[in-house]
Ligand binder design. Structure first.
Ligand code: AMP
Ligand code: GLY
Length: 424
């Protein structure tokens, strides 16, 4: 069958790499893809939110399965668009409809969902411009630090951890009355701070049954020792040593099952990935956030550990018989190190020639922010390449990924050399 994958980052490179290995995969198209995804299929020059363009392409190329990587087209209703179209409605889309995508698209929606279904999450309340005064009163009752979250999508920047009441009050004013995060901040969730260590758990669901994919840990800060500005993610590892069987059982009972059952009870159809951002607080899982897609760079560590055919699993989602499909997971450890552009996550260098990709031997170089100019690979994004190594243990995987990351060259290249070492 012909498959269209939507997206262009390291996550989509990992999806393309994995799906292209399936005997079920006919032609694989990636829209728009990057300089690396062309190794696994055909790049198609379409924007991820160009639903009309995607429709024309799908019909002209007999696409039989659409896999959506990023959140934006899901929150904007790409799945609903397919279901509402006579010619497209029989073509399965992996990724929830807009209503289910609200788990990521609206923090207020996701908090209400968790409260309604007794899913462990930090205490919170939501405020708007009209209830600013009540927001101040609530802030005064919260301990410190306190967390402020813009309700809508804010490109990963809409969460503030405030250390003083005064800072929290000022930020609340700026978000609600001065549009600090644009429309995304028209509503603000004020939330209790959770102390613990984070991990990401991934669930694939057909809306009825589910499979829990390998968990991963993401490293968000730019600097070594988890310092400096937040980024999209500087590296990841899977499995996560502290997520042992006992902890994962709690995650399944207290979070995964109530989430899948909650969606059903609320009458929200959901076919796709649920990314659960968790805090492990003294051995108990608390939900920080949901995303309606896979994580990046977590996917680059998660998919290499899946031994089963991913297309087969996705067809289980499409056909509503996921529980009958086999999910085999490798016991090896995957480590991913992200090579980023000089200056990232601020203003960063672009259009730099990448060399040394052929020198990568014990890892996979998943392209993220790259484009092809003639035969040359050029940098085009902040996160340039995700270098993933799958090895017997965490130390060996990290060592190999670090070695291979240093075999690549472009002007301004930077990567963290401490990913995963907190877990050894
Ligand atoms: P989010 O966009 O919801 O993932 O939040 C971004 C980051 O802020 C998370 O990855 C956490 O590191 C942090 N964070 C969010 N909510 C909380 C919380 N309630 N307590 C502590 N840290 C949080
Ligand atoms: N790595 C975090 C995310 O994909 O949102």
């Amino acid at each position: 069958m012909n498959i269209l994958l939507i997206g262009s980052g390291g996550r989509e490179s990992a999806f393309a790499w994995k799906m292209s290995q399936s005997a079920l995969c006919g032609q694989l198209f990636i829209a728009p893809g990057n300089a690396g995804t062309g190794q696994y299929g055909t790049n198609v020059n379409l924007k991820v939110t160009d639903f009309e363009g995607i429709k024309q392409f799908v019909l002209a190329n007999q696409v039989q399965l659409v896999v959506v990587g990023p959140e934006e087209p899901l929150v904007k209703g790409i799945h609903d668009f397919f279901l509402a179209d006579e010619q497209l409605k029989s073509i399965p889309v992996i990724g929830p409809q807009a209503e289910g995508a609200q788990l990521e698209g609206s923090k207020d929606f996701s908090k209400q969902f968790m409260q309604r279904h007794n899913i462990p999450t930090a205490a919170s309340r939501t405020f708007t411009r009209d209830t600013l005064q009540e927001g101040f009163e609530y802030l005064a009752t919260c301990g410190l630090p306190v967390v402020l979250k813009a309700d809508g999508l804010a490109a990963g920047k809409g969460v503030l951890i405030c250390l003083s009441l005064q800072e929290a009050q000022q930020e609340l004013i700026q978000m609600l009355t001065e549009a600090k995060f644009g429309e995304a901040g028209n509503k603000v969730v004020v939330e209790q701070f959770l102390q613990g260590i984070e991990l990401s758990v991934f669930v694939l669901t057909d809306g009825n049954s589910y499979q829990i994919l390998p968990e991963a840990k993401d490293y968000k800060r730019i600097g070594e020792g988890d310092t400096g500005l937040n980024t999209g993610g500087m590296g990841s590892v899977s499995p996560v040593p502290f997520a042992d069987a006992g902890f994962m059982q709690k995650v399944e009972q207290q979070v995964v099952i109530p989430t899948v059952e909650g969606l059903k009870q609320d009458g929200i159809p959901y076919k796709g990935f649920i990314f659960i951002g968790l805090m492990n607080c003294g051995g108990e899982p608390w939900v920080i956030e949901y995303n309606c897609r896979m994580g990046d760079p977590e996917t680059e560590s998660v998919l290499p550990r899946i031994e089963s055919d991913l297309v087969e699993l996705l067809l289980g989602v499409a056909e509503g018989n996921l529980q009958e499909r086999e999910l085999r997971i490798s016991g090896k450890t995957a480590a991913t190190i992200m090579c980023v552009a000089g200056g990232y996550p601020g203003e960063y260098l672009k259009d730099r020639t990448v060399t040394g990709l052929d020198n990568v031997r014990g890892s996979i170089a998943f392209h993220a922010g790259t484009t092809l100019q003639g035969d040359e690979v050029k940098t085009s994004g902040g996160r340039v390449l995700a270098i993933t190594s799958l090895q017997e243990d965490l130390f060996t995987a990290l060592q190999q990924a670090t070695l291979d990351a240093s075999r690549i060259y472009y002007d301004g290249k930077y990567f963290r050399k401490d990913i995963g070492f907190d877990l050894i």
